[in-house]
Ligand binder design. Sequence first.
Ligand code: FAD
Length: 447
Amino acid sequence: PEAAGEEGRRRRVAIVGAGLVGSLAAINFARMGNLVDLYEYREDIRQAVVVQGRSINLALSQRGRKALAAVGLEEKVLATAIPMRGRMLHDIRGNTSVVLYDPCTKQCLYSVGRRQLNEVLLDACDKLPNVRCHFEHKLTSANLREGSMEFRNVSKEVVAASADLIVGCDGAFSSVRQQLVRLPGFNYSQEYIETGYLELCIPSKSGDFQMPANYLHIWPRNSFMMIALPNQDKSFTVTLSMPFEVFAKIRTQNDLLDFFKLNFRDALPLIGEQQLLKDFFKTRPQHLVSIKCRPYHYADKALILGDAAHAMVPYYGQGMNAGMEDVTLLTGILGKQLPLDEALAQFTESRWQDAFAICDLAMYNYVEMRDLTKRWSFRIRKWLDTLLFRYFPGWIPLYNSVSFSSMPYAQCIANRKWQDQLLKRVTGATLLAAILAGGVVFAQRFI
Ligand code: FAD
């Protein structure tokens, strides 16, 4: 790799957080010739104890795939991923129906284990001589102007470190962002939704999946819903999303079983009553937060990426994908060899509107998933979108543009707006024509 920095020296880059975005960012910064220190609060995930059937999985789509392909890891990740070709909807009586994501070009989402993906990325970091990983190092304070940081290690010792550039990939509750918030000109907002989520599991049975594997299963129930994604070990990770007040009403074992018998009749025997009782009451529902902020950088000293920059509710399956796309875009900008402060400013400028847009879209998709998917209007629109997508060049349905293309997120929204307007006009004109035609027929017969 070539030496980085305007002065031709190797820049020392500290990346805080070795999650999905941090480890990918480390690979990219290292490939550009920088000296990378990757600090992670938790232990090395590759050495962590496995909890069978509880691996959290994620939907990987185009933007994440593109970022992985850029560092030669896409094939490796897809080799163990499970394709999900559409949504399988479970109604209250236990009947199922399928809505394919992309009947035309047959693109699909991939269910990937968070842990496996993180391991692949960390293994790739290990192969680069200019990446040093420091696990069990929690960032406790930082001075962004001076590039100094303090970490607490596993023995509770304070470890001082410094870097030319500090990159915060430390998630929704980012400590690096906390430092940026103090700086003048930094805008920040966060919104907790009234909905919490809890993870359950549909285990494998006789070594096989208990439901068709190649779908994202959804039980839409108006104000709440449950989804399930397949795992490599043939189990499903189930996520129950409900308003906290609904969670609060389920106090006893009987409350829970009655609730599931009423709302998730077909899922109950698959999860198993005993397992459900154990898993449900073991943890509290988790909060979900959506965060918008900008700028993402401070001079040529600090930068935030991924959830640290734009945490979103998980209902578009785009949090990780968007975070990985940050890395793709940043790498492209850094490749232009601009002075670093200009490059980082360009990154903020080119990214914030799209990041805000996907936060909004994720909020919207929560309504779509829990409520709209079971409406006929949704199915008709989906059918119409598919038809137009097939025969009308330039017509890309919203879901496809978000999940199966790299169209900037803000443009995905703008695209949907003109499509809505056009359909409204066509529907209006068709209705008007029908009324007029009816009027003419009536006049001819009766007047
Ligand atoms: P994180 O994954 O949060 O990683 C941050 C890392 O920083 C962690 O390893 C953490 O230990 C470390 N860290 C934190 N603080 C410190 C510190 N002070 N010092 C050192 N290290 C620190 N996205 C999708 O694209 N598809 C999906 O299907 C999807 N499903 C989701 C389902 C749920 C229920 C949830 C909650 C999220 C989902 N997401 C999904 C979003 C996705 O999980 C996140 O967008 C993604 O994990 C962000 O990656 P990140 O590396 O930015 O942050």
